[in-house]
Write a protein that binds this ligand. Structure first.
Ligand code: GCO
Length: 440
């Protein structure tokens, strides 16, 4: 299959997150996170699975960095586990936590790969959640302290920073509907968590800049919103959902404002924080997986919209429709909405879960993932041809990993992980991406 060509200097990478691959949850002075608590709660995770070991990256990071080097990517997006750095979310850093990321980052840099550091990928220290978590403004202050610690210790090796991964998912899935940690069911009363995460983002950018950070961006999950019909009721529902899952997180960062739909649900005096949130960014990171279907709310629905499944497309094993052109549509819409306020874009996550298992030959043949990546890269290329400034693409993910409340069944990796033996097997898509990255 021909591969879409990309300009010289286009940044190729892969992404992972600490809680999903590290394991060693009680080693190295790490404190408990909300996801340790959530996985220990009956009925929250498929098959009662947990992330105590997962891909054991904490002990096997050298082997995984060798896989990165074999792949030939120029950048590796990882995340720091807040509870490894500050076990209860406050105070002096844990030396063992600093030492672990020193080793990891030294290995990544020695392989000639640029680390991209996500400060937070949902693993809030439990002690901070007990004190209010993202419902409390104080957590934004704690996050700024945490950002300063990371910048002080790692800004010599980490040249690109992302304060928060997908604050929308934390707010909606974690506090709104409770499918993710910390498992609260607040619906629109969860919206203060969006504001305090946005404030934490702005405070972290300030702290990172003060420590001389070179390049700072985001990793916001965005979806095109697809109403079933062009009726006033469905358009209103679509505008509300777009406001909630896209604009509540992009507008404050890029425009210094919130969509009016959410104003009544934000903390009083939220407007006082907008200048802090709207810190200039060097790149706008976008995580794309699928469009989001929507329709008008039914009788008695507490929300001003009703999600609807998008049909007629192939599906991943994570129940996502595979819609490559949705990425082109999203990128063009972001450019048209934010215009001169939009920094160059990095696709900080894109990938698919399949039921990958080694065949009789011991190899993992995943043609559907190759097709997925090829089609989504063509969509990126089409957006670039339409004038959207996209500078990089990171596959989610390097390794099969713990897929939150769905556990280990959804496999997203370019590399298969046998969780019994910890054997890594590069899939066919690994070789395909390797050739693309190396322009072979
Ligand atoms: C996300 C998270 C990842 C997920 C991936 C697959 O975007 O939800 O950043 O942690 O594992 O997206 O769902």
């Amino acid at each position: 299959m021909a591969r879409p060509n990309f300009p010289a200097g286009f940044r190729w990478g892969v992404s992972t997150s600490a809680f999903q691959i590290e394991g060693a949850v009680a080693e190295g002075g790490r404190g408990p996170s909300i996801w340790d608590t959530f996985t220990a709660t009956e009925g929250k995770i498929a098959r009662g699975e947990d992330a105590k070991v997962t891909a054991d990256h904490y002990h096997r990071y050298s082997e995984d960095v060798a896989l990165l080097a074999e792949l030939g990517v120029g950048a590796y997006r990882m995340s720091f586990a807040w509870p490894r750095i500050q076990p209860d979310g406050t105070g002096k850093p844990n030396p063992e936590g600093l030492a672990y990321y020193d080793k990891l980052l030294d290995a990544v840099c020695a392989a000639g790969i640029a680390p991209v550091g996500t400060l937070y990928h949902w693993d809030t220290p439990q002690a901070l959640e007990d004190a209010g978590g993202w419902l409390s403004r104080d957590t934004a202050d704690r996050f700024a302290d945490y950002a300063a610690i990371l910048a002080e210790h790692f800004a010599d090796r980490v040249k690109q920073w992302i304060p928060l991964n997908e604050p929308m998912v934390m707010s909606i899935y974690g506090y709104g509907v409770g499918e993710y940690a910390p498992g609260k069911f607040l619906l629109l009363d969860a919206l203060p968590t969006a504001h305090y995460q946005n404030l934490a983002h702005g405070r972290a950018v300030q702290a990172l800049r003060a420590a001389g950070a070179a390049s700072i961006g985001s990793a916001n999950n965005h979806s095109p919103i697809w109403p079933a019909h062009d009726t006033p009721a469905e358009q209103a529902a679509a505008e509300w959902l777009d406001a909630l899952i896209n604009r509540t997180f992009a507008d404050p960062m890029l425009l210094g404002s919130y969509p009016e739909q959410v104003h009544p649900h934000l903390p009083e005096h939220f407007a006082d924080d907008l200048a802090i949130i709207a810190q200039p960014l060097d790149f706008y990171g976008v995580n794309y997986y699928e469009p989001q279907g929507v329709t008008a709310p039914g009788e008695g629905n507490p929300l001003p919209f009703q999600l609807r499944a998008i049909e007629g497309y192939p599906m991943t094993t994570n129940d996502s429709p595979i819609v490559p052109d949705g990425l082109r549509e999203l990128l063009v819409s972001l450019r048209d909405r934010y215009r001169e306020h939009l920094p160059p874009i990095q696709i900080t996550e894109n990938g698919c879960s399949l039921a990958d298992e080694p065949g009789p030959d011991g190899q993992v043949h995943d043609p559907a993932r190759i097709d997925f990546l090829d089609a989504h890269l063509r969509a990126v290329r089409a957006a670039m041809a339409a004038g959207v400034d996209v500078r990089g693409y990171f596959v989610w993910s390097l390794l099969d990993n713990f897929e939150w409340s769905k556990g280990y069944a959804p496999r997203f990796g370019l590399v298969h992980v046998d969780y019994e033996t910890q054997r890594r097997t590069p899939k066919d898509s690994f070789a395909w991406y390797r050739k693309l990255v190396r322009n072979e």
